[in-house]
Design a protein around this ligand. Structure first.
Ligand code: HEC
Ligand code: HEC
Ligand code: HEC
Length: 468
């Protein structure tokens, strides 16, 4: 028996070694540079279609640095391993993709490989973009190659050894990349397939909404169970959705198009940028996206419906209470039961005036009973909002909610957050509030949701100016 076992082990070792060797040898060739094509050589209809596709893929969001020129790159995309900087995808021949052929562009989208044959990192979500059809890749290419060329050399990445060797991505691709394009599932209709194609492909919703494994790949077994991105929690979009009122396709359509929805609130942080792009996409595409996402969420457990009905009842009562009492009286009533809680006092003084007031969304604050921010898995989003507020929407020129970073110290924020969780959700207390507050403070202002100047009113007599 012994020799047989030995022979087997030997074969396994040999196979693994051969596999590793194959990976190292199987490099992609460089694709020859081309003379930059003239902008007028592209079909205007294709360019126009490309504009909508760019919006679904958020190419502009990642490839534009804060305050920088569109598509010129240089924005840091943080990963648990270090920051990777987006590249210049304007048609500049020296520093952009001006010398990339259509084939080179398509290979980058489908396989995550650069024109010169080097591997790209999945901070560029090619594990999703691989599903994009040849036709759509061509339209994206047409759009990008007709932008204004910008000279902007690449910013060096900040990755530790051995991740700074791009070749290691060949192993990652072998494990986690399932090359496209998308193949329609004949068991479903065209609209459903369009939804999957856009959500899992170009829209790369899972890049933020699906948790990742230790190697930074999305957990396919936990698709849409919620993820972390730039200090924000991207809520679950499946049956684990923390939304007090369940989402349906109509609510999703409104939220994704306008960045807010009556019974769910506003899109903040990185999601604000996603929604900021999605108002540009065709109505049919939006319908397909919303339908597919709603389907993912609607496998809710039956006991959830009971909770939800309770929330809706309470919310309606709150609204009619506020309407009947005119101004802030309902707030006072609601807050009396917890008079001695520091968080309750802060809420009554600094928040209730707007969040229990008569103004409608998006300029008026939502009843906090309805927001996923309080029933969600971490305090991160709530803390981000309290500290830094919310920037203006298209409907309002001023920030719609002021930040309280300068007006409250960490202990006050923590007390407030603890109180809100207890009062406005049916979930147990968060255990890591102090860490959320500390992390949010140390990130300073996140670019996505910080207005140029954060207005800091004196919230109430109870929250003194804290030194930072
Ligand atoms: C989540 C952020 C993100 C989004 C969204 C994104 N990219 Fe990128 N992209 C990156 C990063 C980061 C890199 C650089 C990766 C690297 O250096 O390995 C990159 C690299 C590229 C490259 C390779 C260019 C080069 O010079 O190496 C192309 C082409 C590209 N992106 C096109 C697109 C297109 C088209 C879209 C929209 C459909 C898009 N990207 C959306 C982050 C993003
Ligand atoms: C760049 C990361 C990112 C991408 C890409 C992204 N999201 Fe989000 N999403 C977030 C974050 C972060 C939040 C939480 C924002 C907040 O608190 O307002 C969020 C919130 C949401 C919500 C609200 C959930 C709730 O219960 O309140 C919905 C719905 C949603 N996203 C759908 C989508 C869809 C559909 C896509 C793809 C088209 C998508 N997201 C792509 C980061 C992202
Ligand atoms: C000047 C009015 C104003 C004040 C004061 C204010 N908010 Fe807001 N808040 C808003 C508006 C407007 C929005 C955006 C609409 C919405 O989502 O409720 C918002 C959004 C929020 C959200 C996101 C809700 C969601 O899911 O969309 C939370 C959470 C929140 N505020 C908490 C607070 C807390 C806690 C305080 C007190 C420290 C506070 N707000 C003070 C106006 C205000």
């Amino acid at each position: 028996m012994r020799p047989l076992k030995f022979a087997l082990a030997f074969c396994v070792v040999l196979a693994v070694a051969a596999g590793i060797l194959a990976i190292i040898i199987a490099r992609w060739p460089a694709i020859a540079p081309i003379a930059p094509p003239a902008a007028n050589s592209f079909d205007p209809a294709s360019v126009k279609r490309g504009a909508a596709l760019v919006a679904i893929g958020n190419c502009d969001v990642c490839h534009t640095a804060p305050g920088g020129r569109a598509f010129a790159g240089g924005r840091a995309v943080p990963t648990p391993f270090g920051s990777i900087y987006s590249t210049n995808i304007t048609p500049d021949p020296e520093t952009g993709i001006g010398r990339w052929s259509k084939a080179a562009f398509q290979r980058a989208m489908r396989f995550g490989v650069r024109r010169d044959g080097a591997y790209l990192y999945p901070a560029f979500p090619y594990d999703h973009f691989t599903l994009v059809s040849d036709d759509d890749d061509n339209a994206l290419y047409a759009y990008l190659m007709t932008r204004t060329p910008v000279r902007a050399p690449p910013v060096p990445d900040r990755l530790p050894f051995p991740l700074n060797i791009r070749l290691v991505m060949s192993g990652w691709n072998l494990l986690f990349l399932h090359p496209g394009p998308y193949r329609a599932d004949a068991a479903h209709d065209a609209a459903w397939n369009r939804g999957v194609y856009l959500v899992d492909g170009l829209g790369h919703c899972g890049a933020c909404h699906t948790p990742r494994n230790l190697l930074g790949a999305e957990r396919t077994d936990l698709k849409f169970s919620g993820g972390e991105v730039e200090g924000w929690t991207a809520y679950a979009l499946n049956e684990l959705s923390p939304a007090p009122v369940p989402w349906n396709a109509a609510a999703l359509r409104h939220y994704l198009r306008y960045g807010w929805e009556d019974s769910h609130g506003v899109a903040r942080g990185p999601m604000a940028e996603v929604a900021g792009d999605l108002h540009l996409i065709p109505a049919d595409d939006m319908r397909a996206i919303a339908m597919y996402v709603a389907e993912q969420m609607n496998h809710a457990a039956p006991e959830r419906d009971v909770v939800v009905q309770g929330v809706e009842r309470q919310h309606q009562r709150g609204q009619s209470g506020a309407a009947a009492s005119g101004d802030g009286q309902a707030n006072a009533l609601r807050a009396t039961d917890t008079k001695n809680d520091e968080g309750a006092v802060t809420y009554a003084g600094a928040c209730a005036g707007c969040h229990e007031g008569p103004r409608a969304l998006p300029d008026g604050g939502i009843d906090l009973m309805l927001t996923s921010a309080i029933g969600g898995p971490s305090a991160n989003n709530l803390v981000n909002i309290v500290l830094y507020g919310l920037p203006a929407t298209e409907a309002a020129r001023a920030p719609i909610m002021p930040g309280f970073a300068g007006a409250m110290n960490d202990a006050q924020v923590a007390a407030l957050v603890r109180y809100l969780r207890a009062r406005f959700s049916d979930k147990g207390p968060w255990t890591d509030i102090a860490k959320s507050v500390h992390d949010a403070r140390s990130r300073a202002r996140f670019p996505a949701a910080s207005p140029a100047s954060v207005v800091e009113p004196t919230p109430s007599g109870t929250a003194q100016q804290a030194s930072q």
